[in-house]
Design a protein around this ligand. Structure first.
Ligand code: PGA
Length: 256
């Protein structure tokens, strides 16, 4: 076997065993009973090709740790500083202390409802990484931006400013979630072609091998098509992650 053939073979092999992720963003949903029922009914078969992560409300952390077993638990947000007089806030260090594995940063609801801008998000990302958390950094364009053909400009800016000064050792702890704002919670999913195009753009822009999840009305009936796209490495899922039966279908699609 010549060298060129061998390297193509090795690259194929690496791609084949690449991990897929299904991440549930529970937002401000689920009460104690819902969570107990969710985990009681959820039976995921262990799979080396897929990881399941869930971000519940912080107050439900210990309940989830006790019930979730194979599932990694993380947070939906963190503060940009480690401690201080910031009433009502939660630091990345405390999250890590309490066993969180990851944190979602830059979700469009945080950007829009809480006016979180590029600089703040960049500070949060650095703080979370320094605390030892993995980061899922969300980016995405609004419908108006897409219609005005500004999608690539918006994504580039979110990536460049949000991920400013990330060093080589830190990239391995970052994932991107491409979540077109017009697809979040609307029932309208980006077509696989639209999503794949954006994911390929993100990877090319960052010039590195990085997991990019798709988010925005992911459901059991569209996940298979989305995951068949070469640059889609999993899903960040809101609504469809709340029911154990749907979450299992999403996980199984990821694992197969
Ligand atoms: P959705 O939410 O799946 O309900 O559209 C996705 C998200 O907000 O991350």
């Amino acid at each position: 076997m010549n060298i060129k053939f061998l390297s193509v073979f090795i690259i194929d092999l690496i791609d084949e065993v690449e991990m897929k992720y299904i991440v549930g963003n529970w937002k401000m949903h689920q009460n104690k009973k819902d969570i107990e029922n969710f985990f009681h009914d959820l039976h995921l078969s262990k799979n080396d090709k897929c990881q399941a992560w869930i971000a519940p409300q912080i107050l439900h952390f210990s309940l989830c740790f006790n019930l979730a077993h194979e599932i990694k638990i993380g947070a939906q947000n963190c503060h940009e500083k480690n401690n201080g007089a910031f009433t009502g806030e939660i630091s990345a260090l405390s999250l890590k202390d309490m066993g969180a594995y990851f944190v979602i940063i830059g979700h469009s609801e945080r950007r829009t409802l809480y006016h979180e801008g590029h600089l703040l998000l960049n500070q949060k990302i650095h703080n979370a990484l320094n605390a030892g958390l993995k980061v899922i950094f969300c980016i995405g364009e609004t419908l108006e931006e897409r219609q005005k053909k500004q999608t690539w400009h918006v994504l580039s800016e979110q990536l460049d400013l949000g991920l400013k000064n990330i060093n080589d050792d830190q990239w391995g702890n970052i994932m991107i979630a491409y979540e077109p704002v017009w697809a979040i919670g609307t029932g309208v999913t980006a077509t696989p072609t639209q999503a794949e195009e954006a994911h390929a753009f993100i990877k090319q822009h960052l010039k590195r091998k990085i997991a990019v999840l798709y988010g925005g009305s992911v459901k059991p009936d569209n996940i298979v098509e989305l995951l068949s796209c070469p640059n889609i490495d999993g899903g960040l899922v809101g609504g469809a992650s709340l029911k154990s039966s749907d979450f299992k279908l999403l996980y199984d699609a990821c694992a197969s």
